[in-house]
Design a protein around this ligand. Sequence first.
Ligand SMILES: COC(=O)c1ccnc(N)c1
Length: 228
Amino acid sequence: SAHRIDIVTIFPSFFDVLDVSLIGKAREKGLLDLRVHDLRDWTHDRHRTVDDTPYGGGAGMVMKPEPWGAALDEILGDDAVLVVPTPSGEVFRQPMARELAQEQQLVFACGRYEGIDQRVIDHYAAVGRVRLVSIGDYVLNGGEVASMAMIEAVTRLIPGFMGNPESLVEESHEDGLLEYPIYTKPAVWRGLEVPPVLLSGNHGAVAAWRREQSIERTRERRPDLLSD
Ligand SMILES: COC(=O)c1ccnc(N)c1
């Protein structure tokens, strides 16, 4: 059965881009059932209000719980995972992308930075599975960009999604290391040559060179990955 991804947002048109590229094709092929929902469709007042001032004072606005409750009650299936992008969440890395790619339904709740009323998180954590997820230590204005990044990272891991699954194996972070440098024709470009080992036809030597390059590059740029 197709993987289902729902996105709840007050900017549904933001996700129009998901109609193109690989994700568009996966949807056409029936591999992915992706639905974008406008949170305001679950409001009932004339102004379709989704936010209000924070209890306890402070700047900004907080998203009201009622529209979220009405929307999520309708959208969340029994086995769904509710993904809430937030700077205060667990950091999204490739292992989590692999985990989420196994789920039958992911529902992304895109809140504005001031956030969603905490009781929405608490309620759905009590009745189902909720993941509060950060894509890195910086602040955005809403969860939409973070959801887009996570959806791309997750959907490309869904079996049958990528034309050539082989290409998924030798990627950065797949083996815990950064990927090795890659080259294509011409053999010389602006006086710069392709490393001769890659032209040698010696597959063992190529694999060894690539492994060494990954380790050296990881040590250089991301020593934190080596201490795991
Ligand atoms: C409103 O959401 C954010 O600002 C956000 C979400 C996920 N990761 C972040 N680093 C920021």
